[in-house]
Design a protein around this ligand. Structure first.
Ligand SMILES: *[C@@H]1O[C@H](CO)[C@@H](O)[C@H](O)[C@H]1NC(C)=O
Ligand SMILES: *[C@@H]1O[C@H](CO)[C@@H](O)[C@H](O)[C@H]1NC(C)=O
Ligand SMILES: *[C@@H]1O[C@H](CO)[C@@H](O)[C@H](O)[C@H]1NC(C)=O
Ligand SMILES: *[C@@H]1O[C@H](CO)[C@@H](O)[C@H](O)[C@H]1NC(C)=O
Ligand SMILES: *[C@@H]1O[C@H](CO)[C@@H](O)[C@H](O)[C@H]1NC(C)=O
Length: 467
């Protein structure tokens, strides 16, 4: 149920920053203080009082296009055992690093055929030959709670030409780090295939897009991306894997400020007190900590079209049972493929409102969707294929609550396709009518999730050709 905004403002003002959760800020100086205050205002602005309505809007958008079962496509893709990767980060990376990518790729099983955009986000920009001449079109394509995210749309294009990251205090022009600390909005692209090994966490500033289309961009074997107390960030078309914990030290976090950081945990993407973040077509695997964490009042987030593999703690939305400010957290998780070698947290939620819709879950080793602190979880039109072990068939997992408590949490499964014995334990009241609407708009069924997620992960885009 939606909580009144006035009440939330009250709660949020009381919820002070918990020192142990100050992420990696080593010294919370005036600049960070100001950013944190600003970020709180942004969180309140971005929060929508009618999240149920937002789920309807999302589903209406998906329903606009017919996506019927085409028997030949269904046979070729939906009924296949999806334990194998269409876009395998590992192999891709190895081949790229060995300089043998082109030759080896020939042997890979890849989709060949006319460009297909099987969900409304993709339909907005893919399958257009001139995507590279009009990259910013992407900024109009976000859906879900992160739909207002435009990233660097208002700015110029910044071309990263240098994959090094030697000086985190005075980053060299042409490097990714130099791009992300600029004050102006920027649409950041790359001049060639790159493996970027970040020597310390990459601290981004507001109004930026990182757009990896056209090249193979790996952020790997170093630190991850930090989105802290900022707004309006798009991350698209890159591969993030093997992120490790790195030591702290002084890091520049904008052209006119730097500060001391403590050690980083090794998250792929860490979203902290930030709003309007859209992560799309990103391939992620094997990070030391989480693949994506969104915590401390982060909201208006969409995670879409991404491909997750080989990892334990996949997506954490809300890190603290005592941080009630996370009631403002509203996140859409849509059109993702949760694939091989994943264990748990797809996602794991606290406090807020989570729309998990039209994803394909082909593997987990503990559970898929979990949470504590009465989060609202609306699971719609997903496909869940349970692992063979009898003990692992349950999709859901509740923590730190008695059955009496959690039976009041709204966790609903609607139109999900449950396969191989998978079961979703629902709680709370069934959702029927909306307060302000006549109908509730149904999601496309889980039987179509495979089609809608078929091109999840970083795409192979070539200028002048369809992506
Ligand atoms: C698609 O096919 C599946 C399995 O063959 C079936 O269960 C489902 O109802 C079909 N969906 C639609 C929209 O036709
Ligand atoms: C079904 O898919 C096949 C293969 O992609 C395609 O050739 C055919 O036109 C599709 N049929 C329909 C009715 O969409
Ligand atoms: C899918 O995997 C199961 C278990 O590994 C196996 O028994 C089955 O034959 C496979 N099906 C196909 C179509 O490959
Ligand atoms: C790449 O090179 C490494 C080291 O020489 C080798 O172990 C690995 O098998 C190679 N990978 C591929 C895909 O060729
Ligand atoms: C980001 O862009 C918005 C809209 O143009 C602007 O209002 C805001 O001040 C920018 N944020 C920063 C931190 O530059």
């Amino acid at each position: 149920m939606a909580v009144g905004k006035a009440m939330l403002i009250f709660v949020f003002t009381l919820a002070t920053l918990i020192p142990s959760l100050l992420a990696d800020i080593g010294f919370f100086d005036d600049v960070w203080q100001k950013r944190a205050e600003e970020a709180k205002k942004m969180t309140l602005d971005a929060y929508v009082p009618d999240p149920e309505g937002a789920t309807d809007e999302f589903n209406a958008e998906v329903n606009k296009y017919p996506l019927s079962n085409n028997s030949s496509v269904v046979e070729a893709f939906a009924n296949r055992n999806i334990t194998h990767l269409d876009f395998d980060d590992e192999e891709d990376f190895e081949q790229f690093a060995n300089g043998t990518r082109r030759n080896l790729r020939q042997g890979k099983k890849k989709y060949v055929g006319p460009c297909q955009a099987t969900n409304p986000i993709d339909r907005c920009w893919r399958c257009r030959k001139n995507w590279n001449k009009n990259r910013k079109r992407l900024a109009k394509c976000a859906l879900g709670f992160g739909r207002r995210t435009t990233g660097g749309m208002a700015g110029r294009i910044y071309v990263v030409t240098d994959n090094s990251d030697d000086d985190v205090l005075n980053p060299k022009p042409g490097t990714l780090r130099h791009a992300v600390i600029q004050n102006e909005p920027l649409w950041i692209i790359f001049s060639k295939n790159m493996n970027i090994r970040l020597s310390k966490e990459l601290i981004m500033t507001s109004n930026k897009t990182i757009d990896g289309r056209g090249h193979h961009i790996h952020i790997a074997y170093g630190a991850g991306i930090t989105i802290q107390f900022i707004q309006n960030v798009i991350i698209h078309g890159i591969r993030i894997h093997h992120i490790v914990a790195t030591s702290g030290g002084n890091i520049r976090d904008s052209v006119d400020h730097y500060g001391i950081r403590t050690n980083s945990d090794g998250d792929g993407i860490s979203i902290f007190g930030s709003t309007n973040v859209w992560i799309d077509h990103v391939s992620m695997s094997r990070c030391t900590d989480g693949l994506i964490d969104a915590i401390m009042g982060s909201t208006a987030i969409t995670i879409s079209n991404s491909h997750f593999t080989h990892h334990n703690d996949v997506i954490l939305l809300g890190a603290s049972d005592s941080y009630s400010g996370d009631q403002l957290m509203q996140v859409t998780v849509a059109f993702n493929h949760f694939g091989q070698g994943l264990v748990q947290r797809m996602p794991r939620c606290r406090w807020g409102f989570f729309h998990v819709v039209n994803n394909d879950y082909t593997h987990w080793r503990m559970y898929a969707i979990g949470g504590s602190k009465h989060p609202t979880i609306i699971s719609q039109g997903n496909r869940f294929i349970a692992p063979p072990e009898l003990a692992l068939k349950e999709v859901t997992k509740r923590d730190y609550a008695t059955k009496e408590e959690w039976s009041k949490w709204t966790w609903r499964s609607e139109n999900d396709l449950l396969m191989n014995g998978a079961f979703f334990v629902q709680s709370g009241q069934p959702r029927t009518k909306r307060p302000h609407r006549k109908f509730m708009i149904k999601a496309k069924p889980g039987s179509l999730a495979t089609r809608m997620t078929r091109f999840a992960g970083a795409l192979d885009c070539k200028p002048g050709r369809n992506c």
